[in-house]
Write a protein that binds this ligand. Sequence first.
Ligand code: TNX
Length: 505
Amino acid sequence: MRLRISSAPGDKLAAQAALLAGYLSEENHFATETTLADGGDIHLALTLPPRPLAAKLKAAGFADEAYRLTVTPEQILLEAASPDGVARGIQSLRQLLSGQRARLFVAGMVVDDAPALGWRGLHLDVSRHFRDVADVKRFIDLAAYHKFNLFHWHLTDDQGWRLPVEGYPRLMEVAAWRDATMIGHNSTSSKNPTDGIPHGGAYTADEIREVVAYAAMRGVHILPEVDVPGHVQALVTAYPEFGNTGGRPGVREGWGISDNTLNLEPATFVFLEKVVATLADLFPFHYLHFGGDEAKVGEWAASPRIQEQKRELGLASDHDVQDYFTARLHELTRARGRAMIGWDEIIEHGQPPVDTAVMLWRDSTINQHHLDVKALRAGNPLVLANHSQTYFDAYQETGAGIDFEPLAIGGGLPVEKVYGWRPLTDYPAELREGVLGAQAQLWAEYIPTRRHLDYMTYPRACALAQVLWTGDAREAWDAFDERLGGHLTRLDRLGVAYRPRQPKT
Ligand code: TNX
């Protein structure tokens, strides 16, 4: 017998019915047919009244994601106010059906569900270690499985450039490849050998479009990042004319922060305009990310040309050079009908325009200056990427337990700590609406393989998903932990190489 999945008319709904059919076929070995006529065994419909959404989320293109799942003997009815709500309900159903074969069983129930936070993201750094399209799609599908709605694609950095830009072929020929990769931890770098193995890769424009469509089908926005004016060693190796020294530094083989920054020459801004145009063409999401993190001022301070341009432009300090980049990128993105987002450095010394969003990461170091509150008070939308709670490149253990873990950047962020986060409690109620949401970061210096990426991401992403979806009303850790055991069985079925739970002592 074939299962009938019906959907009310609408291109997106029909495609979502096909997506669900695909899951049922792959994961449950169940034959289905999809139809636009009413009355399928599973029916998808946009019949819920939309709930009002915070203005800043709406402006960013987020939709009401509430859904209702009604299971009766006759039918499984999935209702939502938007296709994004349908996308979340599909994943709930996929989880409910996990492991079932031949006969499908879902208990009678009504689920009324909606997220606490709007922006629920997972970030992936594909510069330090390249991940191919299949790996990226899998990362996105697993994110969607946990009801994340945003994938932050960190496309460029010192160690490799992964985005094609028309007219700049050396990005693909030179900046996308490094000759070797450092072995071991960066903190011992002066002694570290390299592996002698070339590493790199890049996406084609068509591949990027394919990934964007894949994510859109799952109700996942993609935020692309091109990191400037620092983190540009790979770029400057391909195009030394964008740098300050005229030299070719070589695509970086080790980790840590490079001295390389962009210069202020017209050709550099012609290039950046082309980058903005490329991103705006490939990615529909409202925000485009232009990094801004860890731009060292040393090269600017040492460059007579930059000092001369500073005088011409009326820039007082070398930090103002960074703010000048922010201002120019703001203009370029706005000219394409988009808005800029950057790491919290963009608001440290200056005040970016109010439509520019800030991604807070230095919560436990520089944030004694309250960059988050500064952003919120000024009306800049804020996304939380707190180092202490969301940097999934950290060890999942603390103390001596680290010795039993694969090499990571530092420690430690156990899953319990992720689960214990209360992202909004630090902010006075009147500022909370300015917080779009939060996301976890998978910086990949020490994450060389797909398996290792699974290990670092899960189960911490399960815990963060719960924090962001359920909010402060969520159950206590012990109750979650118990259910997590069952959920990990689902991840086993999907072949996810998550970090196994440690026996309770
Ligand atoms: C800081 S977070 C960086 C990244 C590194 C990360 C490692 C940020 C905006 N910059 O370049 O990969 O630390 O944890």
